[in-house]
Write a protein that binds this ligand. Structure first.
Ligand code: ZN
Length: 197
């Protein structure tokens, strides 16, 4: 059990379809505004809770959850909320962001295969933008600072560099796959198959 606002909350639309992943803080804002309900697993079944019911439910639990503290209550962190008035439908496309590229590539430079910390990695346009390269999944890979510098604004084969594999768009959101491997998010499995959010 830990205390704090860390982690993510899965957001479902009115039809129980996953549409987003948000921070715990944002989830609480939604709950305070009373525009969502919480879903959680109780005795192997998914049960809906209003925010007030959830606060009571939190008080009855001892130590098996992550919590946040307010002046009056100790509230368990919800892992799924459903926006009961939201009709938006999921977009089955993984967003092209630096973070998602690094996750897809396992935080490894795709030229030298070395793993680095986040701040030592950058993203490289295989065909540089200056040569008409596009910002698409198939033209972007994770690169370390050294390889990025060595390559400069050239094509990999012009400087004798080779890619470990040809990059492609991920079928599932890499961050989501990572979360699903974490026991804290087991309950998400009820609502996610190969859905991307
Ligand atoms: Zn490298």
């Amino acid at each position: 059990m830990s205390v704090g606002f860390e982690g993510s909350v899965l957001v479902l639309n009115k039809f129980y379809l996953p549409i987003n992943m948000i921070s715990v803080k944002r989830a609480f804002v939604i709950l305070y505004k009373d525009t969502g309900e919480i879903l959680d697993e109780v005795d192997s079944q998914i049960r809906p809770f209003s925010f007030n019911e959830w606060i009571d439910f939190s008080a009855d639990r001892n130590g098996d959850r992550d919590y946040v503290r307010t002046i009056r209550h100790r509230i368990a962190i919800p892992r799924i909320i459903r926006l009961t008035r939201c009709f938006s439908m999921p977009k089955y496309e993984v967003k092209l962001t630096k973070k998602n590229v690094l996750l897809r590539d396992g935080y490894k430079c795709q030229y030298c295969n070395k793993g680095y910390q986040l701040n030592k990695l950058t993203i490289d346009h295989i065909i540089p933008k200056s040569k008409g390269g596009k910002s698409v999944w198939t033209n972007i890979v994770t690169a370390c600072m050294n390889c990025n510098l060595k390559k400069g604004g050239r094509l990999p084969w012009e400087v004798g560099m080779k890619l470990l594999r040809s990059p492609s768009a991920p079928h599932t959101n890499p961050l989501l796959s990572q979360k699903l491997r974490n026991g804290n998010y087991k309950v998400w499995g009820y609502f996610l198959n190969n859905a991307d959010i």
